[in-house]
Design a protein around this ligand. Structure first.
Ligand code: AGP
Length: 606
């Protein structure tokens, strides 16, 4: 996905837009560009690479109206020609866009037949030419923009400036997030609030089909679907500016890993009364009656959120006795599976903007099933689509590799499992008490960072890695493998330990290390047998064990000991250790930990 920023006000726009782009760079960073409007003229500067590369060539400007973009390439390789902003042929219209125009080829053909020439390979470039095409008929940028939007199919968040209206900023949203910060005689437009939080906490979230017309002192919103003006609702952000910065950490990833204790606290705050044995989830209050009749839950998610869902499967089945199935959202949307009215669809998403997960929820919107969400980003699309849900309250997660969000999601899933159990399970109170004491144990795992760093540096040259685990350790193995592969680019694979003899053992030799999740559980002996099998084939083994298990030190090459905790809360401690391991390997390998190649923070295209 990409990041877009716009500013209109009574002070220089470029520094504000550039600072906003830096805050959004986690969304995509293969090229960037800015268009400024000064004395009725548009000046556009674009560069391949990161925002810092753009700032090196950007000239000072007194412009008080500007738009900017940082790109994650979908159509067309990273290049200056494909970088945004894109302009009309005469340069009188410039636009930035996040999303995908699905009918761009038909529109390009129509425009080419009308004499328009294209310079880029992007879908986006149809937009400025389309606006220009209609402007030539209407002589009104506003009506030309509205008409052009009606021709577009797909997803968009767009900002537009034009020399025909040099004191106006236009914006529109369909399925791609767009928020407007409201300042004193100024407005800042952005893909998410982290780009504007330094300037204002008053925001307006545009809804689908909303079009905003913004001047220095005024903002008017029209909805193209209802074809009527709407009264924008100003909300207050609860985001703190410093939350979105790195603090004393070298990378966002290590900062966010170290936030695990407060992430658990934030996820349970106001929701757990351990002594009274009560779990309160206000976000589910409006569906309490329907929850009583739920006889099946399908969790839909992608990536790390999918693996959090797998932990949730065990939790909800064990604590609430409700069958759970976890499906990758990208597969769910194409299945033809029957749903009873007792089915609930639970979407898990950090960003709340993942296209596949949105598509999964959209698929069932008319099925009469309950749609629930576990989301970290308030006001996000998934948060708005679902009937009810539970926010993670983890604060902004900037690193592409999701770490604290996983911790928050698993914590919330434990709360939901307890909530659904209505206290009927013997594990209820012990689990509640353990959740309250877990932040201290999370801090103890974080204190192992230096030891884990030494182990990570030893294995950093590996070309392949296997992660194995059983029961609660199995989704942790999958998540641990994802973390390692996405920041260190090592081919890492997660496997159920019980599957080793069914194939994976054939890969094992002295060059193929295994990360074995062997924390205390009724299945520990079996996992220790797996470790023996691997060692018998000269496979190096790093074991994650529970303090007190001395025997495992005789088997594994390296052991990381975790504090004892309940089996249901082990994933929270295990994942901190595997996150630290992945982080230190990536740093040892010299990669851009927060911005891994080829990836983006939120995948808002299918
Ligand atoms: C996680 O480290 C990855 N960056 C990625 O798999 C992510 O979890 C996935 O894209 C889902 O994102 P979401 O939670 O925002 O929906």
């Amino acid at each position: 996905m990409c990041g877009i920023v716009g500013f209109i006000g009574e002070r220089p726009a470029t520094p504000i837009v550039m600072q906003g782009l830096q805050a959004l760079e986690y969304r995509g960073y293969d090229s960037a560009g800015v268009s400024t409007v000064t004395d009725g003229r548009i000046t556009t500067t674009r560069q391949v690479g990161q925002v810092a590369d753009l700032s090196k060539i950007l000239e000072d400007s007194s412009a008080m109206l500007a738009i900017g973009h940082t790109r994650w390439a979908t159509h067309g390789a990273p290049s200056i020609t494909n970088a945004h902003p894109h302009s009309s042929a005469d340069g009188s219209i410039a636009i930035v866009h996040n999303g995908i125009i699905e009918n761009h080829e038909q529109l390009r053909t129509k425009l080419q037949q009308a004499g328009y020439e294209f310079k880029s390979e992007t879908d986006t470039e149809v937009i400025p030419h389309l606006i220009d095409y209609y402007f030539k008929q209407t002589k009104s940028i506003e009506s030309a923009f509205h008409t052009a939007l009606r021709d577009l199919r797909g997803a968009y968040a767009i900002a537009v400036v034009s020399s025909h209206e040099p004191d106006t900023l236009y914006a529109a949203r369909l399925s791609s997030p767009l928020v407007i910060g409201v300042g004193d005689n100024e407005y800042i437009l952005a893909s998410d609030p982290t780009a504007l939080i330094q300037h204002t906490k008053k925001v307006i979230y545009l809804n689908d089909f909303d079009v905003a017309r913004i001047t220095t002192g005024d903002l008017a919103v029209t909805n193209l679907e209802s074809d009527s003006p709407t009264i924008p609702e100003v909300e207050l952000l609860d985001l703190e500016s410093e939350d979105a910065q790195k603090g004393h950490y070298e990378h966002f990833m290590i900062k966010e890993i170290n936030e695990a204790p407060q992430t658990i606290q934030s996820a349970i705050r106001g929701r757990v009364l351990a002594n009274e044995g009560i779990v309160k989830l206000g976000g589910l209050d409006n569906v309490v009656a329907q929850l009583r009749y739920i006889d099946r839950i399908v969790i839909v998610a992608c990536g790390t959120s999918f693996y959090a869902g797998l932990v949730g499967e065990y939790l909800i089945e064990e604590l609430a006795g409700i069958p759970v199935e976890v499906q990758q959202a990208s597969e769910f949307k194409y299945r033809s599976e029957p749903f009873s009215r007792g089915t609930a669809i639970l979407a898990v998403s950090q960003s709340g903007e993942t296209a596949d997960t949105i598509a999964a929820l959209d698929k069932v919107k008319d099925y009469g099933v309950l749609r629930l969400g576990i989301v970290n980003a308030p006001g996000s699309t998934i948060a708005r689509m679902t009937d009810a849900g539970v926010y993670c309250h983890a604060g902004p997660e900037q690193a592409v590799a999701s770490t604290k969000a996983f911790i928050a999601q698993v914590t919330v899933l434990a709360l939901i499992a307890l909530h659904l159990s209505n206290g009927s399970t013997k594990d209820y109170k012990p689990l509640l008490k353990e959740l309250v004491s877990l932040p201290d144990k999370a801090a103890a795992v974080l204190a192992l960072s230096d030891q884990i760093k030494v182990i990570a540096e030893k294995y950093a040259p590996a070309r392949d890695f296997l992660f194995i685990g059983r029961h609660y350790g199995y989704p942790c193995a999958l998540e641990g493998a994802l973390k390692l592969k996405e920041v260190s680019y090592i081919h890492a694979e997660g496997y159920a330990a019980g599957e080793m003899k069914h194939g994976p053992l054939a890969m094992i030799d002295e060059n193929f290390p295994t990360f074995a999740i062997a924390t205390d559980s009724p299945l520990l002996e079996k996992t220790m047998s797996n470790i023996q099998e691997i060692r018998a084939r000269s496979g190096p083994v790093i074991a994650l064990a529970t303090e007190g298990n001395e025997a495992i030190a005789q088997l594994a090459d390296d052991v990381i000991y975790l504090p004892p905790t309940l089996e249901q809360t082990q994933p929270l401690l295990i994942s901190i250790a595997t996150q630290l391991f992945a982080y230190h390997v990536a740093v040892a390998r010299g990669f851009n930990v927060d911005r891994p190649r080829n990836l983006a923070k939120s995948v808002t295209v299918e």
